[in-house]
Structure formats: structure tokens, C-alpha cells
Design a protein around this ligand. Structure first.
Ligand code: G3I
Length: 302
């Protein structure tokens, strides 16, 4: 294979990228994105502040720019993200208790109904656990509505679009020995045991000196898959883009049957939220980096 999408397709997996709507008029950007990737995640445009700027008034203008570009170019879309403590519109930040809980439910219903049958996979809940050794939920206005907010979000999502794949998505849960990883694992195990609808777990995989790649990532993917959920690498970027580390992540996913695909969090280094770390597969001029060739080789190995 000579592109990332073709390379992943050899293993029945997708290779995706985060896309920003305001870059769709940059032809260097769209040429690379269209050639190399077959799945698209909106970097910001499907988040709560973008899609429901005023209570009950949904706006899909920016989201649809991404959706239309993706589908016109034959790509699948991953929905990101429905319930999150961050990037909430001001009106939602001001809510608490039952009113916030109901607003979360309405938001999930509004966005998922609009994209019903169009977006097959959603990050329903994003980043609900704390970093560090506590293994606790992250404090947030949503968490303060009660511990059951996550399962309510998933049940609401299943009702809104029964065909969509429903994911829990988080960062720093790649290392099997981390307390945060274990906490998410225990939540998913509990959800499966009690019949709370969850279909997949997204491992964002923002690797850097504070959260370095560890070879036990493969164990993590295997352990979650063994609970009966698919696993995905959803926001991959690696500080300084070491080619070997990129290749290891690819091999870890290919080694686990239920690892259905990999998404990198941006096209060129200059597009990255951490551009100063040069963490992606293409440099600022759109040239393929060593990490790109390492990823393609890893996809062509098996
Ligand atoms: O669009 C406004 C612009 O009008 C304004 O002038 C400018 C001034 O700050 O801000 C612009 O919005 C920024 C937006 O990106 C679009 O560029 C926000 O400030 C900025 O906070 C936002 O950052 C995004 C971040 O999520 C916010 O949480 C990043 O682009 C995006 O890559 C990042 O993505 C997250 C995933 O959703 C979840 N996992 C972690 C990942 C990295 O943080």
C-alpha cells in the first residue's frame, strides 16, 4: 500500500485524521487529508459549544462543513464529542443539578438525531476521569449532577440512534499500570455487567514526556477488548514524532483484533494543538516525515 488508508485497509482497519473546518480552503492540507486518510474527526466543530451555542438552538454549520467534505470524499466520520466538561457554551457552564442533567440529555438527543444514520460512531463521553493516582472521576459540573451521569449519557445516546457505535474516550489511559486506566477499565467492566450500552473505548494517545508511550499499551488494548468492547486509537500524536514509537502504536493496534482503527490528531505539525512538539506525520510544508514512513511500513508488514 502507498497511503495510510490503504495500508490500514489491508487489515480491515481505518486510518483517520482530525480536520479543522477553517483549513478546508488550504489545498496542501486537503490534498494530504484526502489522499492519506479514510476517516475524519472534527477537531472542534461537533463539540457542545459549536453545535448548541444557545439552549435548544442547534447550529451545524461548521460541523456540516466537515461532514460534507468527508462524505463527498468517501470518508467515514467519527462524532466528537457529546458530553464533556470542556468546551461547553457559557449557558451550559452556568447550569447545575437537574437542569444541567436535562441539558446534557437534550444535547445528546439533538445532535445524534440530526446525524442519525450519517455518523456511525460517537464519542459519547469524553475525559471523565482525573489524572494522577486517585482513580477518581474528574470534578466537573457534570460530575456534580451525580455519579450516574455517564451511564445516563450512554443510555440516552443508544435511544437517540440505536445503530451508532457508542464510545468512551479519554487520554492518559494507554499505560496499563496507571490508576486512571484501571478506573476506566473498572467502569467499562461494570457497564458491561449491568447492561449499560457501551460499544467502544477511545484511547486518545497524546504521548509526550508526561505521558510516555509504554509497550504495555498492547496489554491495555487487549484487556479492554476482552471486556467485549472495540478499542480505537482516537487522537494520536507523539512529542517529536519518534518513528519507532509511531510504529509501535500501529503494531499494537494491529495485534488486537478489536482495535478497529487509528486517528491522528491533525495533518501537519503546523496544524497541531501542540505544534511546538512537532508531533504529527507531515511537516509544516506538507512533506512526509520519517514517522510517516515508519507508520506506512508497519501497516505493510503484517
Ligand atoms: O475559534 C476561536 C477563535 O475565534 C478565537 O479567536 C481563538 C482565541 O483563543 O480561539 C479559537 O478557538 C480555539 C479552538 O481550539 C479553535 O482553534 C480555542 O481557543 C482552543 O481552546 C481550541 O483548542 C482545541 C482544544 O481541543 C480545546 O479543548 C484544540 O483545537 C483541539 O485540538 C483540542 O482537541 C482535544 C480533543 O477535543 C479532546 N482530547 C484532547 C484534545 C487536545 O486538547
Amino acid at each position: 500500500a502507498s497511503t495510510l488508508a490503504e495500508g490500514a485497509a489491508q487489515h480491515d482497519r481505518y486510518f483517520g485524521v482530525a480536520i479543522a473546518a477553517n483549513k478546508l480552503n488550504d489545498s496542501v492540507y486537503t490534498t494530504i487529508a484526502n489522499r492519506e486518510f479514510n476517516s475524519v474527526t472534527a477537531e472542534n466543530e461537533m463539540k457542545i459549544d459549536a453545535t448548541e451555542p444557545q439552549p435548544g438552538q442547534f447550529n451545524f454549520t461548521q460541523a456540516d462543513r466537515i461532514y460534507n467534505w468527508a462524505t463527498q470524499n468517501g470518508k467515514q466520520v467519527r462524532g466528537h464529542t457529546l458530553a464533556w466538561h470542556s468546551q461547553q457554551p457559557q449557558w451550559m457552564q452556568n447550569l447545575s443539578g437537574q437542569a444541567l442533567r436535562q441539558a446534557m440529555i437534550n444535547h445528546i438527543q439533538g445532535v445524534m438525531s440530526y446525524y442519525r444514520g450519517k455518523i456511525p460512531i460517537w464519542d459519547v463521553v469524553n475525559e471523565a476521569f482525573e489524572d494522577g493516582n486517585s482513580g477518581r472521576r474528574r470534578d466537573s459540573n457534570l460530575q456534580r449532577t451525580g455519579d450516574d451521569w455517564i451511564e445516563v449519557a450512554f443510555r440516552t445516546a443508544r435511544q437517540a440512534d440505536s445503530a451508532a457505535k457508542l464510545c468512551y474516550n479519554d487520554y492518559n489511559i494507554e499505560n496499563w499500570n496507571a490508576a486512571k486506566t484501571q478506573a476506566v477499565y473498572n467502569m467499562v467492566r461494570d457497564f458491561k455487567a449491568r447492561g449499560v450500552p457501551i460499544d467502544c473505548v477511545g484511547f486518545q494517545s497524546h504521548f509526550n514526556s508526561g505521558n510516555p508511550y509504554n509497550s504495555n499499551f498492547r496489554t491495555t488494548l487487549q484487556q479492554f477488548a476482552a471486556l467485549g468492547v472495540d478499542v480505537e486509537v482516537t487522537e494520536l500524536d507523539i512529542e517529536n514524532a519518534p518513528p519507532q514509537t509511531y510504529a509501535n502504536v500501529i503494531r499494537d493496534c494491529l495485534a488486537v483484533d478489536r482495535c478497529t482503527g487509528i486517528t491522528v490528531w491533525g495533518v501537519r505539525d503546523s496544524d497541531s494543538w501542540r505544534s511546538y512538539q512537532n508531533p504529527l506525520l507531515f511537516d509544516g510544508n506538507g512533506n512526509k516525515k520519517q514517522a510517516y514512513y515508519a507508520v506506512l511500513d508497519a501497516l505493510n508488514e503484517g
